[in-house]
Ligand binder design. Sequence first.
Ligand SMILES: CC(C)(COP(=O)(O)OP(=O)(O)OC[C@H]1O[C@@H](n2cnc3c(N)ncnc32)[C@H](O)[C@@H]1OP(=O)(O)O)[C@@H](O)C(=O)NCCC(=O)NCCS
Length: 339
Amino acid sequence: MYVPENVIKNDDLKKVMDTSDEWIQERTGIKERRFATRYKDTTTTMGVEAAKIAMERAGTKAEDIDFIIFATLSPDYFFPGCGVLVQRILHMKEIGALDIRNQCSGFIYGLSIADQYIKTGMYKNILLVASETHSYALDFSTRGRNVSVIFGDGAGAMILQPAIDGEEGILSTHLHSDGNEAELLSMVNPGFHAGRFAEEKKPPMPDKPYGGLFITEDLVAKEDLYPYMDGPAVFKKAVVKMPEVINEALEKNHLSSSDIKILIPHQANLRISQYVQYKMNLRDDQVYNNIQKFGNTTAASVPIALCEAWEQGKINDGDLVCLAAFGSGFTWASALLRW
Ligand SMILES: CC(C)(COP(=O)(O)OP(=O)(O)OC[C@H]1O[C@@H](n2cnc3c(N)ncnc32)[C@H](O)[C@@H]1OP(=O)(O)O)[C@@H](O)C(=O)NCCC(=O)NCCS
């Protein structure tokens, strides 16, 4: 894992918007988060820092990596994706680089893709990176406070290789989506949607048949370029879908929640994690949370929490580790790993 050095406490946010440490901690559990530094950190560079640590721990060199998967909702460029930028910075061979757009479940979706490539024998050393830089594009005014207090920046990475012992590794992954409420947690502008899904038929692009700058003065004047979140709606769906997809993984492997050594839930909100823990009948020591320190880092939250739990000795060989996430899309996913 890699997080930027800049620590932002709740009281720092209080200086720019009408909020309080009490409100943020009570509703989300967050005490502080990290924000990237301009001209230094990007989604790609933070991902590269995490990748370097992952490669060192796995005893793998950059030239051994045969595929890159990069999960983010906050890429450096509209295109190309961050995967090729990682390939360039780490001087990797001309391997494939795949960028995926699955927001909070991005890491588990990426894990699932890597798992299939490894199981078919197509690749042997896959670099999976999940990284986010939210702080460059959030509304840090009172208007945007329900969104901007939640998110933080950071990255996680993992090297995936074929298991040596048949018992080890990824037991199964489970992926789901429901696009009916896609806009409830979204950043639709700037985008190529041409107003097609909006009630107000005014395209967020120049009023001409084709071409022109697609960020208009109107969008800028209205500041209609920030993420949107219906927090209560997201909360309600997350507390149903996360336990559901964890149970799906357990049933598939004929296991029960008492077999889980540690659950690493996506760090969306401490209250969501606590509710999932309660629904799954798990003890405190069976669930790892670190949203208090990092906020919600979207795709990066699961690998950051997994890394910290491992560094703290909470995960040992043979342990059953469960990963679960829910987020924008909506998409949700789980994975069971035999460490
Ligand atoms: C965002 C979230 C913390 C808001 O908590 P909530 O209890 O649902 O609060 P509401 O949105 O109903 O807002 C309650 C009040 O707090 C206010 N409020 C919102 N953000 C605030 C902030 N940062 N500081 C102070 N007050 C705030 C609202 O304006 C509202 O005021 P009102 O009652 O006067 O209208 C919560 O809905 C949540 O965590 N949802 C899930 C979000 C999530 O996990 N997103 C990521 C998914 S991957």
